[in-house]
Design a protein around this ligand. Structure first.
Ligand code: SF4
Length: 189
């Protein structure tokens, strides 16, 4: 498949691969899971945020659409502090940093560096406590791990591949009441 995978979909895939299938079925389109490259580049061209050559060279950049042709990913970053080369993902509350969230931050990093931005450090920012949680830049091994997940994503077949059902995850899954893999009730209903 030539289309790029939305970075946010990687986190959903790590949570439960079957949720990607349900998303595509019940949201009526998988446009927000996959995007074609011309569409991504069009989004960037019209965003008005790409200021690499503009007067806001040193300003923070928020909500920048990004992509990586090498990894076949696209998405939107939260915040890049260009003066410090610091990429930040903001969340209201951070109890744990899950692997899928780390993959998202790494993916954003690889997109930005491929696009020519300088990124020297990564952090999550917990809004509720005003706390920065720094994370190391991905190593070569981390990149291979991310590539492996992307490969699994592209090869996933919901009608054939086995998934481990975790009732606790199901109860916190937004597709719980639509999912044919569980009889759990969603905690949100
Ligand atoms: S309800 Fe459970 S099995 Fe179904 S998509 Fe959600 S986490 Fe996966």
């Amino acid at each position: 498949m030539d289309n790029h995978i939305a970075i946010t979909a990687l986190n959903d895939f790590i949570f439960c691969p079957y949720s990607i299938y349900l998303h595509a079925v019940y949201m009526g389109s998988d446009e927000d899971i996959y995007k074609a490259l011309p569409q991504i580049k069009g989004t960037i061209a019209h965003s008005g945020i790409d200021n690499r050559n503009g007067s806001r060279r040193k300003a923070d950049i928020a909500a920048l659409p990004v992509y990586s042709d090498e990894l076949g990913l696209c998405g939107v970053i939260d915040l890049l502090r260009q003066d410090r080369g610091l990429l930040i993902e903001r969340k209201y509350i951070i109890k744990n940093i899950f692997r899928g969230q780390l993959y998202q931050l790494w993916a954003q990093y690889f997109c930005l560096t491929e696009m020519g931005y300088n990124v020297e450090s990564l952090a999550f920012y917990e809004i509720s406590t005003n706390k920065m949680i720094y994370r190391a830049l991905p190593t070569d091994a981390d990149k291979q791990e991310l590539i492996s997940v992307i490969d699994q994503f592209r090869k996933y077949r919901p009608d054939k591949d086995h998934i481990d059902i975790n009732p606790n995850k199901c109860r916190h899954c937004i597709y719980c009441n639509l999912c044919d893999k569980t009889h759990e009730d969603n905690v949100y209903t």
